[in-house]
Design a protein around this ligand. Structure first.
Ligand SMILES: Nc1ncnc2c1ncn2[C@@H]1O[C@H](COP(=O)(O)OP(=O)(O)OP(=O)(O)O)[C@@H](O)[C@H]1O
Length: 715
């Protein structure tokens, strides 16, 4: 039995069965609760015996006490027991030590491997360090650049702070002006509320218009079929007219040759008459000569007879001297010779007379023939004149029919038509037009529809015709050239270019100066009018043309052809200047406006240039951009046909409207705000008038703006 050192408790020391390992021996390198020493004690016969620390300590501290102090045997046995246990323990320690040295070897190897690994790691770390050093260098360089930037930013910041203070000041002044603007705003708000009311009524009107529009579309399709029929008739009439014109020109040619023949026949007749008269006078002379010669001969014969009688008397009488006789004989011979020569003369004169008479007869005959030919020609000529008159009246009838059909077609197409022209993107515009605008190709919309994409939404629009960015100036003019022809036929035509600033109004109306292909509608219209005037001259039409050009800026008229540069109702201070007046015939006049008579398109081009210069002068005086005013070009056409006793009065108005802008978008203030408001008001009045005309309303609000009042005649 073994007791505890203090002997307080007694516990038998028995060989220990395998159990939880000794925790302290490995000095905490392992789990302190576990002993990983040798599993068995070889040769002890107690293999697998393990000691805990407490047990070892208890074993070492154990004091052997025998019950009987003097029982040495018991003591010896206990000692033996104790020694046995100690041996077991020593053996266990030895085994444990061997295990430990094995472990030590293993650990040494592990340590070497770990050292090797750590060396490699160190090398790697060195390499990494070098890399990091490079990165650090770079970072340092970056840091320097950043510092530089920072300094720059700092200075910029200072400048920005300065600007900010300036802006603050500006803001203060803006706030002051805002106060005054607030007043304006209140006024505008009251206007806005009335405008809202107007919008409501407009919306109402819009709905009604839509209904009206569907009705119109149905009516339009009906008209379209009628139009096609009328177009066919027109083309037939055109053909007939062309054939008539051809036969007319042939007849004219024939008539001219006949006239030439007649003239030559007349000339030859006159020549024959003159010849006849000359011959007659020659015959008269010859007859006179013959008569004289005969009288002379008779006198000579009487003289010869007298002389012969005298000679006989002398012979019979006593006979006078031979000399006297000789003289008498010679005289008698002389007289006989003279007589014979006179007989010869008489003979030749007779011959000449006979030939003259023959000639006279021949001339009489040819004169009779010529007269007959002349009469025939005259007859033919009068027939031709009748046919010509018939053909001309047919041409005139054809022309009247053409006019009627042409204007019926235009009326069928609609008295008010709206075309849309999309201009190409300019070089400095970075948009992709195919993404914002497309041209639908369904049967209904082809050539008439357009779709605009805004904020992802597609808005479709329909017009009478849509011109794509590729459409040329010539193609646009082709579409409106018929309207220009109507002005020559005595109609009142008005063509507006409407759109926002920069949308291409001036390009369409005026074109590029000096470029043949880029000529706009105004120069092309004038060329067509002057060409047509030349053609109509052949039908007896005489035309007179008058041109005037004005601009309306802030409801003020400016004469663009006036030699007085500062001309306007405002600047002149005279309210009567440039007052719009309508006379009883429905014509419009503007008092004191310069009106110029023109005879060729060149003259009009010159005037257009003058007007352009006047506009640029006005640009600096009144508005910065010409697009802030409406430009009105007016051509008055007076046509007279005396043969037909007809006259026409047409007007062609070509208008480049001021650019339309939204107040909210324009961001205008002060004068520019007033200007934009004036433009918007007049454009809205124009649309009111057009709507009222389209709806055939009784009251058309022409008086709401200068522009509509100026164009009032077009109802
Ligand atoms: N169909 C087109 N083809 C080529 N260029 C065009 C076309 N339409 C317009 N442009 C160009 O676009 C620009 C603006 O056109 P324009 O001056 O005619 O616009 P606008 O509507 O009259 O402007 P504003 O209202 O300011 O007077 C010009 O440089 C013009 O040459």
């Amino acid at each position: 039995m073994v007791g505890t050192a203090n002997g307080s408790s007694k516990r038998p020391i028995t060989p220990v069965t395998p159990r939880q390992a000794f925790s302290v021996v490995n000095n905490g390198a392992q789990d302190p609760g576990l002993w990983s020493g040798p599993d068995s004690i070889s040769g002890s016969g107690l293999s697998g015996v393990k000691f805990t620390r407490d047990e070892v300590e208890a074993l070492l501290n154990m004091k052997i006490k025998a019950k009987d102090k003097f029982n040495l045997k018991e003591k010896c046995d206990l000692m033996m027991e104790y020694i046995k246990k100690l041996r077991l323990c020593v053996k266990w320690f030895q085994d444990f030590e061997g295990g430990l040295s094995l472990e030590h070897e293993k650990l040494k190897m592990l340590f070497e491997a770990a050292e090797k690994k750590s060396n490699e790691m160190e090398m790697l770390m060195n390499a990494k360090e070098e890399e990091l050093n490079v990165i650090i260098e770079e970072l340092r360089a970056n840091y320097a650049v950043l510092q530089e930037k920072f300094a720059k930013e700092e200075s910029e910041k200072l400048a920005a702070v300065e600007t900010l203070t300036m802006e603050k000041n500006a803001r203060l002044t803006a706030e002051m002006s805002q106060a005054s603007l607030t007043e304006d705003l209140e006024k505008a708000q009251s206007e806005c509320s009335s405008a809202n009311l107007k919008i409501i009524s407009l919306n109402d009107m819009y709905k009604r218009l839509q209904e009206y529009n569907t009705g119109l579309q149905q009516y339009n399709s009906k008209l379209q079929t009628e139009l096609n029929q009328t177009s066919e008739t027109l083309s037939k009439v055109e053909h007939e007219k062309a054939a008539l014109m051809e036969s007319l020109s042939k007849l004219k040619g024939h008539h001219e040759t006949q006239q030439a023949q007649l003239a030559s026949t007349k000339a030859s007749l006159e020549e024959s008459i003159q010849l006849k008269e000359a011959l007659a006078s020659e015959v008269g002379c010859l007859r006179g000569d013959l008569h004289k010669v005969r009288e002379d001969r008779d006198r000579q014969l009487i003289l010869v007879q007298d002389l012969t009688a005298e000679v006989v008397q002398y012979k019979e009488c006593t006979g006078k001297s031979a000399v006297q006789l000789g003289t008498l004989t010679s005289r008698s011979q002389e007289l006989e010779a003279k007589c014979a020569s006179q007989l010869d003369t008489i003979k030749s004169l007779k011959e000449r007379l006979a030939t003259a008479q023959m000639k006279l007869e021949l001339s009489d005959q040819s004169s009779i023939e010529t007269r007959a030919g002349y009469e025939e020609e005259k007859k033919l000529n009068s027939e031709l004149i009748i046919r010509l008159a018939e053909a001309e009246s047919k041409v005139i009838e054809g022309e009247a029919l053409r006019k009627k059909l042409h204007n019926t077609i235009l009326e069928l197409k609609g008295n008010i038509r709206v075309f849309c022209r999309v201009r190409p993107l300019l070089s400095d515009e970075g948009l992709d037009e195919t993404k914002t605008i497309s041209f639908p190709t369904t049967t209904e919309t082809l050539g008439r529809g357009i779709e605009v994409v805004q904020h992802g939404q597609t808005h479709p629009f329909m017009f009478d015709k849509v011109f794509t960015p590729q459409t040329t100036q010539e193609e646009v003019f082709e579409e409106i050239s018929q309207l220009v022809q109507s002005a020559l036929d005595g109609y009142k035509v008005c063509i507006f270019a409407y759109g926002q600033t920069g949308s291409g109004k001036t390009h369409t109306m005026m074109g590029t100066p000096g470029s043949y292909n880029d000529k706009g509608l105004i120069p092309r219209s004038l060329e067509q009018i002057f060409e047509a005037r030349e053609k109509l001259k052949e039908q007896g039409w005489k035309y007179e043309m008058q041109v005037s050009m004005l601009e309306i800026y802030n409801e003020t008229i400016r004469d663009l052809l006036s030699s007085n540069k500062s001309n306007s109702t405002e600047s002149s201070g005279n309210k009567q200047q440039y007052a719009i007046k309508h006379d009883a015939n429905g014509s419009t006049h503007v008092s004191d406006l310069t009106i110029v008579d023109v005879r060729s398109s060149k003259e009009v081009s010159y005037l257009l240039n003058r007007a352009a210069q006047s506009r640029s002068v006005g640009k600096t005086q009144m508005n910065e951009q010409s697009s802030r005013s409406h430009f009105v070009f007016t051509l008055r056409i007076f046509g007279v046909n005396e043969t037909l006793e007809q006259q026409v009065q047409g007007v062609l108005n070509l208008i480049d409207l001021a650019g339309s802008e939204r107040l909210s978008k324009s961001g205008s203030t002060g004068d520019r705000l007033k200007e934009t408001q004036a433009i918007n008001r007049s454009l809205s009045s124009l649309s009111d008038v057009i709507f009222a005309l389209a709806k055939k309303e009784e009251h058309i609000p022409y008086r709401n703006s200068k522009l509509t009042y100026l164009l009032q005649v077009y109802n």
